[in-house]
Design a protein around this ligand. Structure first.
Ligand SMILES: [Zn+2]
Length: 135
């Protein structure tokens, strides 16, 4: 199916993903808890469970994001003698853990959005089944 024929476009999916909303219906309610997606969207029922394997990369992305956002800036602060190495190690350990926990729900939502940006035709609103590789 051509992108122009989709009711929900890739732009819609990205915008919905950024605000942690369902890529299919645009309503919020994808998360079962802070660290877990629900089995399905609470509003439209789009299946979220079948794609969990794809979303399991969230933790790895969190580690990379923590390195970029927390650890690299700390290294520069130590190199410029703004903070001590001891302070940087402590801030790095606890800051990285806190950062990953804080952004985990966003990363889950963004992984859902990324999956459907790649395969917009799988969205039920676009005539798909909500499953990956089921065209
Ligand atoms: Zn939905």
């Amino acid at each position: 199916m051509d992108e122009a024929e989709f009711k929900v476009t890739r732009g819609d999916i990205i915008a919905r993903g950024l605000r942690c909303a369902c890529p299919n219906c645009g309503e919020r309610g994808l998360l079962a808890s802070w660290f877990r997606l629900g089995k399905a969207c609470r509003h439209c029922g789009m299946d979220l469970e079948r794609s969990h394997g794809f979303y399991s990369g969230t933790t790895s992305i969190g580690y990379v994001a923590a390195i970029v956002v927390i650890l690299v800036p700390l290294c520069f602060l130590v190199m410029r003698d703004v903070i001590s190495a001891r302070a940087a190690v402590l801030i790095g350990m606890f800051g990285s853990a806190a950062f990953i926990v804080a952004v985990y729900p966003l990363m889950l939502c963004w992984m859902v959005a990324a999956c459907h940006v790649a395969l917009p035709g799988d969205l039920p609103a676009n005539g798909g089944t909500g499953r990956r590789g089921d065209d």
